[in-house]
Design a protein around this ligand. Structure first.
Ligand SMILES: [Mg+2]
Length: 263
């Protein structure tokens, strides 16, 4: 992985402002800091202001594991695209796949309710997927074992995405974040995309079989096994990144308007 803020990488980032690019962001751990109580996560007003500014210059998407309903409550403006439940909930999605996911989640929730989990384990029903959090558990190894056993008892077996102190359960045929990005590129008529995320669920985007240069993938935090090409060190670097993208776009606008005037 290469540091995004190195000179050569910033040039790659700048080149995106001269093309049709979709800028897509994960929410928790990327736009918003990870917090002890997941329901309290929010963007700083600075980050939100910068994201809003960027969305006036280029198509912007937030692609999150949260439900869209939950995400909307955390935003004071709406970017062009919101995708929820790890890629399943997206604009104009076929309602039959949502209906099926909801039906399966209801069955799983009923089974999970019968289990007495130790304290610190929290089950979040996101309508189309389920998140089992153990961030507040005192003994994380024991909590993980208990959750894994519970998941193994579920029918039909879910697709599991392990994240930071969370297990996400999705129906086995649910589209992932990678599929959502491809779909959004089509909808936004962009031929390039920038994506940044911090967790295992984002690897579905990082691993898309795209030509170098067409998809710029960035991870928050360096990780050897990640398929992202670039990294920023920490979540708090997001404002610097947004400022750079905005600066490049403004510069590009000036450049193009100068060319038009000189013709
Ligand atoms: Mg995240």
């Amino acid at each position: 992985m290469i540091s995004l803020f190195s000179k050569s990488c910033l040039m790659v980032l700048e080149s995106l402002s001269f093309t049709n690019t979709l800028y897509a962001f994960d929410f928790d751990g990327t736009l918003a800091k990870i917090v002890h109580i997941p329901s309290e996560a929010c963007m700083t007003s600075k980050t939100e202001g910068l994201l809003k500014e960027l969305s006036s210059l280029a198509p912007v998407a937030i692609v999150t594991g949260r439900s869209i309903q939950d995400l909307k409550k955390r935003l004071s403006f709406q970017p062009q695209y919101l995708v929820g439940n790890h890629g399943l909930e997206r604009p104009e999605n076929d309602s039959s796949s949502l209906f099926e996911a909801k039906r399966i989640c209801t069955v799983w929730i009923e089974s999970l309710k019968k289990i007495t989990f130790e304290s610190g384990i929290e089950i979040e029903d996101k309508t189309y997927s389920i998140a089992i959090h153990y961030r507040r558990s005192r003994n994380k190894t024991r909590a993980k074992n208990q959750i894994r056993l519970a998941i193994a008892s579920l029918a039909p077996p879910p697709r599991i995405i392990a994240g930071k102190s969370v297990y996400n359960l999705l129906s086995s045929n649910s589209p992932h974040k990678g599929a959502a990005i491809l779909d959004l590129m089509q909808k936004s008529r962009t031929n390039h995309a920038f994506y940044i995320g911090d967790d295992d669920t984002d690897e579905d985007v990082f691993g898309l079989p795209y030509n170098a240069g067409q998809l710029m993938t960035v991870r928050v935090g360096q990780k050897k096994s990640s398929r992202a090409k670039y990294f920023i060190r920490r979540q708090s670097d997001i404002n610097r990144l947004l400022k750079d993208i905005i600066r490049f776009h403004r510069h590009c606008l000036k450049h193009t308007s100068r060319e038009v005037h000189s013709e």
